[in-house]
Design a protein around this ligand. Structure first.
Ligand SMILES: CC(C)(COP(=O)(O)OP(=O)(O)OC[C@H]1O[C@@H](n2cnc3c(N)ncnc32)[C@H](O)[C@@H]1OP(=O)(O)O)[C@@H](O)C(=O)NCCC(=O)NCCS
Length: 408
């Protein structure tokens, strides 16, 4: 027994958290390769290493995936201080290299010198597609950063291979990411680049991107659906996502064939970002003027948001609730109550439907079946949950309003 415990203890020492073991870098200068300060780690590794997000068989495991900042040419190296089969001969370590190879397109190198040669070629890298928007950000430290947003499609020379490298990042930052079939010409790609200076030359670094699929809507419209959006971690929380989403929204606004814009399985962060961008775009529309907001969500709002900003009806409703909150004096009991009722009425809709269905079921259920549905009928719990979702929603709306106020 003591021997078994001893072996188990040794084996446990060879388990590594893959969220920490995978090290990513966007490399601009040769010295970045050794710079620990610029590395970042995945949020998720379960799609590559399994639900436990663990690699077995190594001590001090580092799976290094370094990309040149522009073209994303890739250096892939696996490092460790020891392997389990050096101590216990009959135990095999996980094939971490094989797992990474499954998501990494051909053309990467294991060799640092080759990678440095590729880094030199990054000087020739130019953004793909057409330029839609340029903006600059001035930091408190007096530095100026310039970003460009481009629209590309798969016909741009070299883009397909570049996109294959770019989409490897999705595996680490989107919980249920999948790679897309770029042969389908319904895809639009929007890319963000930062312009930077290297040895007196202007170079371009990849910052983030969005993929949009153009669905057909009978009889002659399209409905672009945002599929994936990623801002590289070193650039997150600096307003790049908002700039990208606003640029994409404005791009489709100019196209009379576009009905409205939707999103595929949006994450919480994406919804927050969209709330902000759509509220910013709709706040100047006459139907969303403060005196109209108190009259309720109107057909005019739906029509104007859709026609002028390509905002989907469901999203227009959230924009209305956000802007109405701004126009409401929450210290005034009557106004606050009217606002609460208005939002809760929408939130309660699925709950009421559920209640009606349960009431119907109740009539035809046997007693034992009824017991199994009791949990669902606990109205007190449901009420508490709905109250909480209302509070969370209003908190999110307040953050959107703070951000709008900062930008004004
Ligand atoms: C979700 C995502 C696209 C947002 O992009 P982003 O560039 O970080 O977005 P922004 O910087 O515009 O806004 C993010 C936050 O930073 C804040 N922020 C923006 N500029 C800021 C600044 N200059 N100073 C301080 N905070 C700032 C915003 O207020 C916002 O805060 P909030 O979430 O509390 O409202 C990005 O985080 C991402 O790629 N995540 C991983 C993948 C993902 O979830 N994709 C979406 C679904 S497919």
């Amino acid at each position: 027994m003591a021997v078994v415990n001893g072996v188990e203890k040794i084996l446990a020492e060879y388990k590594c958290d893959t969220n920490l073991a995978v090290c990513l870098k966007l490399v601009r200068f040769p010295e970045d390769i050794e710079d620990e300060g610029i590395k970042f780690h995945p949020e998720y590794t379960h799609q590559v290493f399994g639900d436990d997000e663990v690699a077995f068989g190594y001590k001090g495991l580092q799976i290094q995936l370094f990309y040149t900042a522009g073209n994303l040419s890739t250096l892939f190296q696996v490092k460790y201080s020891s392997k389990v089969n050096e101590t216990i001969h009959w135990v095999e370590p996980d094939d971490v290299e094989g797992k990474i190879r499954k998501i990494l397109p051909a053309g990467f190198t294991h060799n640092t010198d080759d990678f440095i040669s590729q880094l030199e070629k990054d000087a020739n890298f130019k953004p793909f597609g057409t330029l839609l928007h340029t903006y600059t950000v001035n930091t408190e430290g007096g530095r100026e950063f310039t970003y460009q947003i481009h629209k590309a499609d798969i016909t741009c020379p070299g883009f397909q291979e570049y996109h294959e490298r770019l989409q490897t990042f999705l595996m680490w930052y989107i919980e249920t990411a999948s790679f897309i079939d770029t042969d389908d010409d319904h895809w639009d790609f929007f890319l963000v680049f930062e312009k930077y200076n290297k040895d007196g030359e202007t170079l371009y670094a990849t910052v983030g991107y969005m993929t949009v699929y153009n669905y057909y809507v009978y009889p002659d419209k399209t409905r672009p659906r945002v599929s994936q959006m990623l801002i590289m971690p070193p650039f997150q929380g600096e307003g790049v996502g908002a700039q990208l989403l606003e640029t994409v929204q404005r791009f489709y606004c100019g196209n009379p064939k576009v009905q409205d814009i939707t999103a595929e399985d949006p994450s919480e962060n994406y919804v927050k970002l969209r709330d902000y961008v759509l509220a910013k775009l709709c706040q100047g529309l006459p139907s969303f003027a403060p005196d109209r907001l108190h009259l309720g969500f109107s057909a005019d709002m739906i029509r104007e948001a859709q026609e002028k900003m390509k905002v989907n009806k469901k999203h227009a409703r959230r924009v209305y609730e956000i802007l109405r909150l701004r126009a409401t004096d929450m210290s005034d009991e009557a106004q606050a109550r009217a606002y609460r009722l208005e939002v809760k009425r929408r939130l309660y809709l699925p709950y009421r439907k559920n209640q009606r269905e349960l009431a119907k079921m109740r009539k035809c259920l046997r007693p034992e079946e009824l017991v199994s549905h009791m949990g669902q009928m606990d109205t007190q719990t449901q009420h508490e949950e709905l109250e909480k979702s209302y509070q969370d929603l209003v908190d999110d709306y307040r953050r959107v309003l703070e951000r709008l106020a900062m930008q004004a």
